[in-house]
Design a protein around this ligand. Structure first.
Ligand SMILES: [Zn+2]
Length: 236
């Protein structure tokens, strides 16, 4: 069984280089969604260029605002400015977009399509499937408490929850990772299903989650896996 695996990291910060060093050691691929400005120290143009040599770069807006609070025109400026900025630096098209905080509305989707993105990464965790334009995710690399994980499970993949009631006793990052991972291992030889782990490199540093990060990577590497970028996740 070959497992499709993709990683994504939001915001763009110097710790992204720590992330990519680990992923490269195991031949895994990641997409980094880079904003011009956010609460941490953003990457300058030379660092964005350097990061792009080892990864895929996606757009993440100019000022990292909650898009739902902005009108159509304001949202357009936020997304368009960032996309053009990244494209100027890299000299190539930016194909994927991710909204700050995972917050977006119908206008955000419309604008992302108008700007010819091919995919819109969400934070719709607990999924192993892409849904057309929307790229869903499996888990955030973060130790959310059981209540939050249960909320995500019920909201984002009720079918999976109802079919696996024992998950109620396994509501932590590592147990859920093992569940989705073993679920994928049971799939037939060819599947578009993808393990999609996402997070923030600065957050992994803040909460000292590098050990867990590398631990799950080592587990993935015990099997035959197929590393892909976010833009390569296929719809089922
Ligand atoms: Zn962000």
């Amino acid at each position: 069984m070959r497992i499709n695996v993709t990683f994504s990291f939001d915001d763009g910060c110097l710790y992204d280089f720590k992330t990519i060093n680990i992923l490269q050691k195991y031949n895994l691929k990641a997409t980094f969604f880079v904003a011009n400005h956010h609460n941490n120290v953003p990457l300058d143009s030379s660092k964005i260029k350097e990061l792009s040599e080892y990864s895929e770069i996606g757009a993440h807006t100019r000022n990292h605002l909650d898009l739902r609070t902005l009108n159509y025109e304001e949202q357009f400026q936020e997304i368009d400015y960032n996309k053009k900025y990244l494209e100027d630096i890299l000299g190539k098209k930016i194909n994927v977009f991710c909204a700050p905080f995972g917050y977006y509305d119908a206008n955000s989707i419309k604008i992302a399509k108008e700007l010819e993105f091919t995919g819109f990464r969400t934070t719709l965790d607990m999924n192993i499937k892409r849904n057309g334009f929307l790229i869903k995710t499996t888990l955030q690399l973060y130790p959310h408490n059981p209540k939050i994980l249960l909320y995500h499970l019920i909201k984002n993949n009720l079918k999976m929850f109802l079919g696996n009631p024992f998950l109620i006793s396994r509501l932590n990052f590592f147990e859920l990772f093992l569940f989705f991972y073993s679920y994928l291992r049971q799939k037939e030889e060819y599947t578009t299903d993808t393990l999609h782990l996402w997070g923030h490199s600065w957050e992994i540093e803040n909460i000292k989650y590098w050990f867990t990060f590398e631990k799950i990577i080592k587990l993935i590497c015990e099997d035959e896996f197929y590393p892909i970028y976010n833009s390569e996740v296929k719809s089922s």
